[in-house]
Design a protein around this ligand. Sequence first.
Ligand code: SF4
Ligand code: SF4
Length: 470
Amino acid sequence: MSDRIPVQIVEIAEPSTFKKKPASSDRQIHTRSFTGLFRNLRLAGAGFLFLLFFGTVWLNWGGRQAVLWDLADSKFHIFGATFWPQDFILLSALLIICAFGLFAITVFAGRVWCGYTCPQSSWTWIFMWCEKITEGERNQRIKLDAAPWSLNKLARRSAKHTLWLGISLLTGLTFVGYFTPIRPLAEELFTLQLGGVSLFWILFFTGATYINAGWLREAVCMHMCPYARFQSVMFDKDTLTVAYDPARGESRGPRKKEIDHKAKGLGDCIDCHMCVQVCPTGIDIRDGLQMECIGCAACIDACDSIMDKMGYARGLVGYKSEHTLQGGTTNWLRPRLLGYVTALVVMIGALVIALQQRPMVSMDVIKDRGLFRENNAGQIENIYTLKVINKTQQAQHYRLRLLDAEGFELHGKTEFSLAAGEMSDLPVSVAMLAERPQSSSQDISFELIDTDEPGIRSVAHSRFVAPLNR
Ligand code: SF4
Ligand code: SF4
């Protein structure tokens, strides 16, 4: 028998070049199931994400839902702390920190976010698992696709879509549960008493999950996600990406396990296509770095298992930088990465300090539209409304006074209490004691002090207006 081995010669792309492929959304991708280190890491990442998403919404803290964005009252409760619209600058800072974190991790290891923790990928993996348990392994699914409609096909398809819809409904309910208390929401939904806005949003997110994770899948990553488009500008020659080592793999071709393939001029790639069959986006990693690659590392696990079977060293497909593919070494401590990490550390530090120093009482002063008036005592008087928010989790007692305002007198309620998280509008007036004002407009400051904890205070500034000629 001839021991000649067909060798396929391929053009190897520059690793940093993104190749355009025909859209995979126009072909059905059936992935092969596999096991391995990176699959386990991804399961752990997705498991953590699911636990966080589905579990946190059911936690209570201090007698109320632990994490709740109360849209009606414009408050965000998170584990005993309440944030008001005035604090949303902190939320913006948190989002900027997350963006920098994503940039840093992308410079370091490419699309690990996409592969391991992105909700789109994680929900897609769950939906693919549903597909596997209802319609069988890859070959069975391909056969089922091609088969005419039968009772068996109908039953399997119905089971798959029922599971998909069940997970989608849970996802929609949970998502809306972060904005409307989840317990009454779930009770009303499952007793068919829910209506109006909440029902609309639950159905909306149910539909979005079902379509995105069940039907669109990798098309979302390729055509809808902006991150897939701009990630390439963050990559450098030391970024770790999932890559095939052509110097080691080529020339590729099938062979018997026991032959000395090097002596036959063959590389380590046996051209088994396992790396293609497990790929959720249906690409061939051996064609070089491609925009469709979400960095899930499924092809690493698949290829490593083949290398084990052949008795070759693992890592023909692995996390590699362009420098290592060119025979060099990866430079870990590079300025761009250090810059992102430094910016990240500084921003996290600043956010922690800002959170610690967040005022626990806030006061805004709104001057009445009328400029001034004369009161019963013949004094010039200005009217103000003070908006006071108790941001603590307990009732507090406050004292109000004017700051450095010689010649002025504060009239109205100067001592009052607010319940935990209460917001109150307090009308007050300020009277000028002098007969003749020095100027038509003067600065005036109000100070609010917590009588039990004087460290809790707020100062708000406004203007006092008076006529120069009386
Ligand atoms: S090429 Fe590999 S890492 Fe990229 S999407 Fe396909 S299986 Fe995942
Ligand atoms: S799984 Fe490995 S050996 Fe098989 S085709 Fe892919 S790169 Fe080659």
